[in-house]
Ligand binder design. Structure first.
Ligand code: HEM
Length: 459
């Protein structure tokens, strides 16, 4: 089912693969005997090891974490150079393909330049105000149903519970109908695909995670493929129906395979990132209950205005939830680093970096730079008041990326997070379980190591 990766006029066919020698002039890691051991060490604590490299070498670091040699570019200026990509130096598809192409090929993030622009514009119909209002209603009722099923005052693990809920919510807003009898299989397929995308073995050999991921993809391709004919030409408010009927600038519909690939990718892009960010917010709100009180006061004020409901128009009033969201994403960004590949030579901070280099930009590190974020490890949502944000570099806070590939679901994510905490905190309090360690595995998508045990206590 995998469509071939189309070439791009911008990308040279003979792009070199820079070796250590080609990057030897840069500060950074030296060759070691066991690359595997280096990767394992990195994965033990990606944040600490990346910060250590930054403290030792600065904003341009030669690295070898996943086998081959590459270059980490750190800081707001690096983020701007790479994400804004004014001179079309960086390919997103060549960066992400090695990670995602076996299981999520031809997603938007795996396209470049003109092709990417055309597809992004086509998909963006599904993120305009009218469909967003529809998703908002679906989200609200799904969230109320989901929270009602959680134990009342009893301890449970929040992470698996919110992961299941965000998948259910995706069914409503992405598909327009419940997943039905296939729900468990769909969930399993996604889990397998995401694990495969980040597994160490990159070929679908028997008994490997990659094999399970590729099988999961086959299952989902068939699932979406069966549904497409039912949606073509039929108006619908869900994302899937919108995409089935979306046309490009020349009025041409997407092919079945394109729709399948976009749906698979969208589900992946939306699901684990939202799960991660809601979990980190719950973690910080549990550690800092005074912010729960502030949010509750804000909810009360909104309810007084609207007569009790959260309306689409009132979402902008939930500024405290928004600040907590932003600060949580600063400290625990759901996409801790983003890969690219340089298709031309370039110079950054007086360092010459050759074409073909694998480039990593790392929000996880930029978000902890003390000169940009004073006392960077401290949780302080007030960093994001309008006044405190003034003068900060536009690319200092980049959990949603930036430039042409900036997250297409950004507003959807804000809406979902606000609807969730409005429903949860109106009449409840989050209490972390005694002994909760508060540790997050930061890679590939952050999640609490112990599942985030807590109680939701009715007020
Ligand atoms: C808190 C939640 C989310 C976070 C932190 C997040 C983060 C990101 C980031 C960092 C990128 C850019 C990656 C890069 O440039 O290499 C991205 C791209 C993308 N995201 Fe999100 N995302 C979130 C939620 C969502 C949701 C809910 C959707 C869909 C409903 C979505 C759809 C997409 C798509 C389609 C792209 C690719 C855009 C492009 O390449 O043009 N994301 N996201």
């Amino acid at each position: 089912m995998n469509a071939p990766i189309s070439g791009s006029a911008f990308i040279p066919a003979d792009l070199p693969e820079p070796s250590f020698a080609d990057l030897a002039h840069l500060p950074g890691m030296m060759p070691v005997r066991s690359q595997m051991l280096r990767t394992i060490n990195f994965l033990k604590d990606p944040l600490a090891s990346s910060l250590a490299m930054y403290n030792l070498h600065g904003r341009v670091v030669r690295r070898q974490d996943f086998g081959g040699w590459g270059v980490s570019l750190i800081g707001p200026e690096a983020n701007e150079l790479v994400m804004f990509n004014k001179d079309k130096i960086f390919s997103s598809s060549l960066g992400w393909n090695p990670v995602l192409e076996n299981v999520f090929p031809r997603g938007l993030m795996l396209m470049d330049f003109d092709e990417h622009r055309v597809h992004r514009k086509t998909l963006s119909v599904a993120f305009k105000t009218e469909p967003m209002k529809h998703y908002f209603n679906e989200l609200q009722s799904g969230i109320a149903r989901g929270i009602a099923k959680w134990p009342n005052s009893g301890e449970f693990k929040f992470y698996p519970a919110i992961k299941a809920l965000t998948l259910d919510l995706a069914a409503a807003s992405f598909l327009g109908v419940p997943w039905g009898p296939d729900a468990d299989k769909i969930n399993r397929a996604f889990v397998d695909m995401v694990l495969a995308a980040t597994g160490i073995i990159r070929k679908p050999l028997p008994f490997t995670q990659m094999r399970r991921g590729v099988q999961g993809r086959k299952f989902l391709c068939e699932f979406f493929g069966r549904e497409i004919p039912k949606r073509r030409g039929v108006p619908g408010d869900d994302i899937f129906s919108q995409i089935c009927n979306a046309t490009n600038e020349d009025g041409v519909l997407l092919t079945d395979q394109e729709i399948i690939d976009h749906m698979n990718f969208l589900m992946m892009a939306a699901h684990d990132t939202t799960t991660s960010s809601i979990s980190s917010m719950v973690h910080f709100l549990g550690l800092h209950p005074e912010w729960q009180d502030r949010i509750r006061a804000e909810i009360g004020a909104v309810k007084a205005e609207t007569g009790g409901e959260l309306t689409y128009e009132a979402l902008g009033r939930l500024e405290t939830i928004e600040m907590v969201f932003k600060e949580s994403l600063r400290l625990i960004p759901p996409v801790p680093s983003m890969p690219r590949r340089a298709i031309k030579d370039f110079v950054f901070m007086n360092h010459h970096i050759p074409a073909g280099s694998h480039i990593g930009i790392t929000p996880m590190v930029t978000h902890r730079m003390p000169d940009v974020w004073p006392d960077p490890d401290r949780f302080d949502p007030l960093r994001f008041t309008a006044e405190n944000s003034r003068g900060r570099h536009k690319y200092a806070w980049v959990p949603f990326g930036g430039g042409g590939h900036m997250c297409l679901g950004l507003h959807f994510a804000y809406m979902q997070v606000k609807a969730f905490f409005f429903a949860l905190l109106s009449q409840n309090r989050i209490e972390l379980a005694p002994g909760y360690k508060g540790e997050f595995a930061m890679f590939p998508i952050p999640k609490p190591k112990d599942g985030l045990p807590l109680r939701i206590v009715a007020l």
